[in-house]
Design a protein around this ligand. Structure first.
Ligand SMILES: [Cu+2]
Length: 264
């Protein structure tokens, strides 16, 4: 029996190793951020705060409920000697109003913060520093950058198994970027986990539909960040990978200069 266990353990180790090798584009979940990955946009601050607040509220509610359960178990058990019913509280108006009002207040508080934050996350300044048109197709991405009235040559990708070899969108730090999403075929979803945000790319949305647009302000966190399609869109959906590279302004100017020859 002992002899059979060794290969099984080895096989499990191999499986785990290959599973983690596939998942190299998954950002590290950070306990200090409530298991969210580190974010690279100022909109990410909003999401992080909403997430933290929701956890605090949920844990506080949980704590109150657990204390009430323990209190009821300890001090309101039916004594064996007394067979009669304890005092009943049916049709007790104040208590029934309390049952209704407390959840109503809790849901309203959640609703208020969610509505306020989704409004802020969808806000468009109308004058972004950089505009990026994102075309999602089966099964990759085409990024077309426009800044200062100039449109650069599109970056077009193809299905890949490593996000680093997928199409790369280069963006400057500390700038506002407006995204416009378009799909010629099926529904995709544009997801950069480090944005703490994703948006479905729905074919056939009218040109002025707000669902096509969103805006971010990049933080000063240069690096290469993974992106993917988050809506099952066909056979090569899982290979619809790309990357976002955040660079300092000087490096971005250089990048633009190398693209200038091909600018339209
Ligand atoms: Cu897709």
């Amino acid at each position: 029996m002992a002899r059979r266990r060794v290969p099984r353990a080895a096989a499990l180790a191999l499986l785990l190793a290959s599973a983690t090798a596939c998942a190299n584009d998954v950002p590290k979940a950070d306990w200090s951020k409530g298991l969210l990955p580190e974010h690279i946009t100022s909109q990410g601050d909003i999401v992080q705060n909403l997430w933290n607040g929701a956890w605090v509220a949920a844990l506080a509610t949980g704590a109150v409920v657990i204390v009430l359960i323990i209190w009821a178990c300890l001090f309101h058990v039916k004594r064996k000697a007394k067979a009669e019913l304890p005092p009943q509280v049916r049709y007790n108006l104040p208590i029934e109003m309390l049952y209704t009002l407390i959840p109503l207040v809790m849901v309203s508080v959640f609703f208020f913060f969610t509505a306020r934050d989704s409004r802020d996350l969808q806000a468009l300044s109308g004058h972004p520093d950089v505009k990026v048109k994102v075309e999602a197709f089966q099964w990759s991405w085409r990024f077309t950058t426009t800044l200062n009235g100039k449109t650069l040559k599109p970056v077009v990708g193809q299905p890949v198994s490593d996000y680093k070899s997928g199409p790369q969108l280069v963006l400057p730090v500390g700038k506002t970027v407006e995204f416009e999403l378009e799909s010629p075929d099926v529904i995709h979803s544009f997801w950069v986990p480090a944005f703490l945000f994703k948006r479905d790319v729905i074919p056939g949305l009218p040109k002025d539909n707000k669902g096509r647009f969103f805006e971010i302000k990049t933080l000063d966190k240069p690096g290469v960040y993974a992106g993917r399609c988050a809506e099952l869109c066909g056979v090569d959906h899982s290979r619809m990978l790309f990357s976002v590279k955040l660079v300092k302004q000087a490096e971005y100017d250089q990048y633009i200069a190398t693209q200038a020859g091909s600018a339209q």
